[in-house]
Design a binder for this molecule. Structure first.
Ligand code: VGL
Ligand code: ZN
Length: 206
């Protein structure tokens, strides 16, 4: 029998209300994550886990500001506020998130020189995290994705999961994004790539 996994994307303080890269109403999804967890065989949480001198921080590129896109090592890189710094409070999981049921954490963005939006690979597809191995080992075929941010880490995790052959469900009302217009594009892109959209109520009322 194949198994199901809930992939909770970046439910960390820095992406929630009051965080350095706060996604609007990011906190809303924390209670939803808690309601969802008992309905899956496995619960996996991703964590943005950047070194202080990470390439994605505007502060590390004098003369540039947050929101700029620059080329680094021939790749475009969007510049963000300092966020998700390893061992900092901002990189902790949100205090109201139930963490007891998390079987596996995926740490991403750990390489100083390369950003990583997807839970599976860095943005250059040079290195994979251990997520694919974890899911294969536990015979997971169906991945349910929720979290932050719809237009970045949720989107790229979803697209990679589809490419790897998983059945992917995006729990759309349990995601929040950075830019409204980009969220629309992200949803459209995920759907066209084969993701199925569902709601929290489809799962918790079953
Ligand atoms: C994210 C921008 C930079 C995300 C992470 O979690 O979606 N976005 N780092
Ligand atoms: Zn990041």
């Amino acid at each position: 029998m194949s198994k199901t996994a809930l992939l909770m994307v970046d439910l960390q303080n820095d992406f929630c209300n009051g965080g350095t890269l706060a996604v609007e109403n990011g906190d809303d999804v924390i209670p939803l994550a808690n309601q969802l967890q008992p309905h899956f065989d496995y619960v996996v949480a991703t964590r943005d886990w950047h070194p202080k001198n990470h390439i994605s921080f505007a502060a590390n590129h004098p003369g540039h500001k947050v929101g700029d896109t620059i080329f680094v090592n021939h790749f475009p890189q969007t510049l963000w506020p300092v966020h998700g710094v390893q061992h900092s409070p901002g990189a902790d999981m949100h205090k109201d998130l139930d963490i007891a049921g998390i079987q596996h954490y995926v740490f991403k963005g750990t390489d100083t020189e390369i950003d990583s939006y997807s839970a599976f690979y860095d943005n250059h597809h040079h290195r994979s995290t251990d997520l694919e191995n974890f899911l294969e080992h536990y015979k997971v075929k169906d991945i349910y994705i929720m979290g932050l941010a719809t237009d970045y880490c949720v989107k790229y995790s979803c697209l990679d999961a589809l490419k790897l052959g998983f059945n992917v469900y995006v729990i759309t009302d349990a995601c929040r994004g950075v830019e409204k217009a980009d969220v629309e594009i992200a949803l459209d892109t995920m759907q066209k790539a084969g993701a199925k959209f569902i709601q929290v109520s489809d799962i918790v009322n079953k």
